[in-house]
Ligand binder design. Structure first.
Ligand code: ATP
Ligand code: MG
Ligand code: MG
Ligand code: MG
Length: 562
């Protein structure tokens, strides 16, 4: 395509609101434009890459026999009310009314719709198992839309739903999809891990997240340096509970040593009181309450305490205060999500106070492993334990390291929750009505695109892997005023098109510097520059990622690209 005609509004300056490389570069190189907070236009370059990611996803889903459908984004409230998620999704669910004042939601996910569809259209075991999927915009009114495409309010998701007679069948499909996801993220060139995750609000049992390893990730994962073991750190308490600890009630430490002023003293204090089982201790940090909960006869959670070290004026709440706070809902608090700074932990604790009873904070997130009934069973997890960096891996292979991750995919064994709620049954072999067993599987397609940029860029711009790049070749005519250069460029452009090679042709009347800058920014893998040697039929051939450069004769260009 001719760059002079294409909508590629590159920017000189990095937009102020963009902190992350993927956000900056996608805006700067004219791939995306924000319409509203967390809502983006995909311009031609962005759309082309998005389509390539979609194609990979689609090919791998089709390959395991999943069937593509498209379900409505506009969904009647009744469906969501039936499963209870009209309430539990909180503010994250985008809601609207039609002209008759009927409530609707914009699809944040499609369990309700797909379950109702299958309930109404399938009735025999003979069709089972099957998997439906779609690639479609999802709507979530995120509290803090940020990081560009990584956390949007409208974003592209591939969501899939499988339907089964029994759990064995679900296990098989789960494995197929798990492997398809691995292939998808490998084909996207991403450095990722599949990690054990928290089933949270979905109410399922087995669940894994696919995490792209990246410093800008919002999750922390613990993984073995020698094996495949990896867990979202919120799930890191993995030591199995033993029978005895099942009996242990949540116990609150009596506060008899309120004279703890520094973090060292806090650590010392916790150190000698932690031996006898589950403890919850409340601190005041800068006038806010922080609860440290530990369980079982193990060491204090260093990760969490380490983050408190910088705090001055650490003070234990009185027992009375602690009990009041516990009464207000803190009683069901488990280990608090590992925060990064003391401000964050204080923030979490205070927000937690306000929300502990309903379990969701104002972001619409819940505190993972926090709410006894939903996230874990206190008895079941009485001997919960946090893994530390350097610990032996629970599978016996290697030691644990921590890394940050971007959640690009998530697979769940849902079980019968949605089918039960929506009364979705089929006739089994014996002719009796039986509830579907289900799984659900998501991939953030637009988030995956941004993750690729996070992993493939340098100081000057993006570095697209060839099969994901918006174009394979960037043909640049350095000077549109020189006839021989225009002639050769036009000729090569036609030649590349004829050979079926995706080519972006910079035919703009711009200075060479501008063209090179834009080209580096856009990051097309091969650059062909028509310049001074045009009269001899020579062009400059350059690899964007390595900088490697040679002069190539026009007749050899196509074979050079094969
Ligand atoms: P997160 O923990 O990041 O909020 P989630 O667990 O709420 O994500 P899921 O419900 O598991 O997300 O949705 C499936 C996939 O959709 C996620 O794994 C992620 O890749 C993607 N996704 C979720 N929320 C967003 C968003 N706001 N913007 C872009 N992609 C998203
Ligand atoms: Mg979310
Ligand atoms: Mg998540
Ligand atoms: Mg998830």
């Amino acid at each position: 395509m001719r760059q002079s005609k294409l909508l590629i509004p590159t920017l000189r300056e990095v937009p102020a609101e963009a902190d992350l490389k993927s956000h900056q570069l996608l805006l700067k190189a004219g791939f995306i434009r924000q319409l509203a907070s967390g809502v983006y236009n995909f311009l031609p370059l962005g759309r082309r890459v998005l389509r390539k990611v979609e194609t990979i996803v689609r090919e791998e889903m089709d390959r395991i026999g999943a069937q593509e459908v498209q379900m409505p984004a506009l969904q009647p409230a009744e469906l969501w009310q039936t499963t209870g998620r009209w309430e539990t999704m909180g503010n994250e669910l985008m809601r609207l009314k039609d002209r008759h004042e009927r409530d609707f939601a914009l699809g944040a996910t499609h369990e309700e719709v797909v379950t109702a569809l299958v309930r109404d259209e399938v009735n025999s075991y003979k069709k089972l198992p099957f998997t439906l999927y779609q690639i479609q915009a999802k709507y979530r009114d995120e509290k803090r839309p940020r990081f560009g495409l990584l956390r949007g309010r409208e974003f592209l998701m591939k969501d899939a739903y499988s339907f089964h007679e029994d759990f064995d069948s679900l296990d098989q499909t789960y494995e197929d999809i798990f492997n398809a996801y691995k292939r998808i993220f490998e084909r996207c060139g991403l450095d990722f891990r599949a990690v054990i995750a928290d089933s949270g609000e979905m109410g399922g049992k087995d669940t894994h997240e696919f995490m792209v390893l990246s410093e800008v990730g919002e999750d922390i994962i613990a993984y073995s340096n020698e094996s495949d073991f990896a867990a979202n750190i919120e799930m890191a308490p993995v030591k199995p509970s033993d029978e005895k600890s099942h009996e242990q009630p949540l116990e609150f430490e009596k506060v008899e040593t309120p004279n703890v002023k520094t973090m060292q003293e806090v650590a010392d204090y916790l150190g000698h009181t932690l031996a006898q089982g589950m403890k919850a201790i409340m601190f005041k940090v800068d006038d806010q309450y922080v609860m440290v909960v530990t369980r079982g006869d193990h060491e204090v959670n260093d990760v969490k305490l380490k983050n408190l070290y910088d705090a001055n004026n650490v003070e234990l709440a009185t027992e009375e205060e602690t009990r009041q706070l516990v009464g207000a809902g803190f009683g069901s608090l488990g280990p608090i999500h590992v925060p990064e700074t003391v401000e964050v932990i204080a923030d979490y604790a205070v927000k937690g106070l306000a929300n502990a009873t309903c379990g969701a904070n104002e972001d619409g997130y819940h505190y993972k492993n926090v709410n006894s009934e939903r996230d874990f069973n206190v008895k079941e997890y009485a001997d919960i334990r946090f893994i530390q960096e350097g610990d032996p891996s629970p599978d016996g292979h290697g030691t644990i390291e921590f890394a940050r991750g971007i959640e690009v995919g998530h697979v769940f064994k849902l079980g019968t929750k949605y089918a039960d709620d929506l009364n979705a049954t089929f006739l089994n072999k014996d002719g009796r009505a039986q509830t579907y067993v289900m799984g659900c599987y998501g991939i953030g397609v637009s988030r995956t695109l941004a993750s690729i940029v996070e992993q493939y860029h340098d100081d000057r711009g993006m570095l697209w892997p060839t099969h994901l790049a918006p174009f394979k070749v960037h043909l640049i005519n350095l000077n549109v005023k020189k006839d021989e250069q225009v002639e050769l460029s036009d000729q090569l452009y036609q030649k590349l098109l004829d050979a079926g090679i995706d080519v972006l042709y910079d035919d703009r009347p711009e200075r060479a510097g501008v063209k090179f800058n834009d080209s580096d920014l856009i990051g097309v893998p091969y650059r062909v520059v028509v310049g001074k040697r045009a009269d001899e039929g020579y062009v400059e051939f350059k690899h964007r990622s390595t900088g490697e450069q040679t002069d190539v004769h026009m007749d050899d260009l196509i074979s050079h690209l094969k």
